[in-house]
Design a protein around this ligand. Structure first.
Ligand code: SF4
Length: 493
């Protein structure tokens, strides 16, 4: 489909004696919605780090035989949707480097904003596969050469030293799961754009009770393994887990930066059963719908949601407005969350592949149709047309987030500004362009209230809605003309 695309999911488990590859498979399966292009895992038995990765869904990359061959004490895993670098096997993660005793592996969720300068420093500008690869290379380059290591001249903890040197040089968004042969490491950037949580896993080996540890992008990946959510890893925190349990350090300095968790984790990316900032995402999405109903009421017969993430907000809208809630669209469950269509024409067909209207339920009805966002508008236009052809009398579109007017540089794949509908058209023009009878968006203030933030949005990134980026974004990434255009577009809304 044409909407915003997830970046990636990361997972890691430290549980000697447990079936860590199976646990990683389960964790990745729970994070499949964050990336469907490729999946991979790295497993260590204390002596070697084995990596298995391939293009495709978690269930197509791993089978029972593959998992059985990956025995070890700790593992990391990754599901990928490409934002930097091509969608090829070489860019699939975890990224591995053979540095140190048995090498190290890294999985990344997010997007760096200074990849180019880091790639120059790493000497890999022409050979760039992804920002994650550049980070792995910079870390590897800080290990001593083999002769030094073998002569025993260097006794330091090379991976930790390299991390302490390289991490503060990274700009942008990153939640990392890293490992070497006997340690699992989770790192969250100082702004905490992407989520990362820590869980405790109580398990048994031959009747002996043991405690293991799990890190994951979202809490359902802990639930599926039987782990208990301990807490979110803090922005700027690095958690190292080994036989002594988890230990925190602050490689970016102990001074707290402004946390900036991506607001679209609440609106769209995270699973409704995820817990973010101690609240279930389902309740937050429902609140968005409730506030939207109060803010933008309309006379109608039925409220329907656009599957999947629009449905919860639709429930909230119906409850607050008193209009009946019902199903009006059936989703093909086998299409996956992203259907990658290379052209606008193919994308236009995408909606019929994914959704089909329940004709008898909607015929002759005035519908409130709740969706999470409008990006290019292609899908929404097709959706409105399809619902009208199916007999809907009126279509009142209600969007559970404000207009998406600015591109994201923090790990979400969004088109450039000239393809973002809200950056090009006024509200009235968008409504006419889409063909709906009315179109309204949740206000920024109500979105902030839904996610539990203050009206200024402290602790939340909302740059794609406001154009105020929380970090310096190089002009080479920004559309230069968009910077000049900003005031003009802002005045349209
Ligand atoms: S710019 Fe938008 S999509 Fe990107 S991290 Fe910020 S809120 Fe999320």
């Amino acid at each position: 489909m044409e909407g915003v695309k997830e970046a990636c999911g990361v997972f890691g488990v430290y549980a000697p004696g447990a079936f860590v590859s199976q646990l990683t498979f389960d964790g990745l399966f729970a994070l499949q919605h964050r990336g469907q292009e490729s999946a991979g895992m790295a497993v260590s038995d204390g002596e070697t780090v084995m990596v298995l990765k391939d293009m495709g869904l978690v269930t197509s990359v791993f089978d029972e035989r593959g998992l059985s061959s990956l025995q070890g004490d700790l593992a990391i895993g990754h599901t990928r949707y490409s934002t930097t670098g091509p969608s090829t096997w070489h860019s699939a993660q975890p990224v591995y480097r053979p540095s140190g005793k048995a090498g190290f592996a890294l999985g990344h969720n997010g997007n760096l904003t200074n990849t180019e300068s880091l790639a120059v420093e790493a000497g890999m500008l022409g050979a760039l596969t992804s920002d994650s690869d550049v980070v792995a290379e910079l870390l590897a380059q800080r290990f001593p050469d083999e002769s030094k290591a073998l002569s025993g001249k260097v006794e330091a903890d090379h991976l930790l030293d390299a991390l302490c040197e390289v991490l503060p040089r990274l700009e942008g968004a990153f939640s990392f799961a890293l490992m070497d042969c006997d340690r699992l490491i989770g790192v969250r950037d100082p702004h905490g754009f992407r989520p990362l949580c820590l869980g405790r896993l109580d398990y048994n080996v031959d009747g002996e009770a043991r405690t293991g540890w799990v890190i994951a992008s979202e809490s359902p990946a802990l639930d599926i393994c039987g782990a208990q959510l301990v807490r979110e890893i803090e922005p700027g925190e690095m958690v190292l887990i080994d036989a002594s349990g988890p230990r925190s350090s602050w490689p970016f300095g102990e001074e707290a930066k402004d946390a900036c968790l991506c607001v679209f984790e609440f609106v769209y990316f995270a699973r409704p059963d995820s817990r973010l900032r101690n609240r279930e995402v389902y309740a937050i999405r429902r609140k968005m719908g409730e506030l939207l109903a109060g803010q933008q009421p309309v006379e109608a017969d039925l409220v329907i949601g656009v599957p999947d993430s629009g449905v919860t907000a639709a429930e909230g809208y119906a409850a607050a407005s008193g209009i009946a809630f019902g199903q009006g669209l059936i989703k093909n469950r086998y299409i996956g969350r992203t259907f990658i269509a290379p052209t606008q024409e193919a994308r236009a067909l995408g909606v019929r592949r994914k959704l089909n209207p329940l004709r008898a339920s909607i015929a002759g009805k005035r519908l409130v149709v709740v969706d999470d966002s409008i990006v290019r508008g292609t899908t929404t236009r097709q959706l409105v047309k399809m619902l009208k052809e199916a007999g809907a009398a009126e279509i009142h579109l209600r969007i559970s987030s404000p207009p998406f007017s600015w591109p994201c540089f923090y790990g979400i794949d969004t088109p450039s500004r000239d393809e973002l509908l809200a950056a090009q058209l006024s509200l009235e023009e968008m409504n006419a362009n889409i063909g709906s009878d009315s179109l309204e968006f949740l206000s920024l203030a109500n979105l902030m209230e839904s996610v539990g933030a203050d009206p200024e949005g402290h602790g939340i990134c909302r740059a794609c809605l406001t154009g105020d980026y929380p970090t310096e974004v190089p002009l080479s990434l920004k559309d230069r003309s968009a910077v000049l255009e900003r005031e003009l577009v802002a005045s349209k809304h």
